[in-house]
Design a protein around this ligand. Sequence first.
Ligand SMILES: Cc1cc2nc3c(=O)[nH]c(=O)nc-3n(C[C@H](O)[C@H](O)[C@H](O)COP(=O)(O)O)c2cc1C
Length: 201
Amino acid sequence: MKVAVIVGSTRPGRVSDRLARWVANESNKIDGIKAEVIDLADFPLPFLDESISPQYNPSRKPNNIATKFLNKLENADAFVIITPEYNRSISGVLKNALDYVDFQLAKKPVALFAHGSTGGAQAIGNLRSIIPALQAVTLPNPVYFMGRAAEIIDEKGIMNKEVASLPYGPASSLDKVLQEILWYGQALANARSNDRNADIL
Ligand SMILES: Cc1cc2nc3c(=O)[nH]c(=O)nc-3n(C[C@H](O)[C@H](O)[C@H](O)COP(=O)(O)O)c2cc1C
């Protein structure tokens, strides 16, 4: 199963990128998952520049950057969105990127991972209302990451051993999420393969 880990922040000095690498590294230790980081910094999308809402435009021609970004999403079977919480919400750059999506996430599972000085619960709440609009399925258990990521996870996405072994720490939350990705990812992939001809979107 191909899992796309989306980095939801592009600012200099961000930590979302190292959190995403950690998630991808841990995901790739699991049989049946092949994770890839999709960094919004590599896809500098303009503010949505289309005159018709993407989901209502069958003859849509997205700009070149959006086309590359959307192809990446299309190729994935499941997603982990790493969002910072900015002013009690998700980042603007992530919301703009999600506004470009038409059906690339449809009927696929999306795991939610937030971080922030208060853990990112409100960013998760926002994503729980945004993701269903993309016809996708949010997974039940998110990861709320509250620690100082830059001190806990190195640039390669390796978490320090002390934090990694905490019984109710971020590693155990992530482990639960990865099990959900496997379960829902398989179930939804089976369902998608059975409804190729069904016109229910
Ligand atoms: C503009 C801005 C607003 C923020 N607002 C919140 C907030 O409302 N709640 C919170 O828990 N953390 C907040 N924070 C802290 C960030 O979530 C935290 O620094 C996070 O690591 C930022 O992710 P990034 O480094 O990948 O950009 C804010 C940070 C910034 C830059």
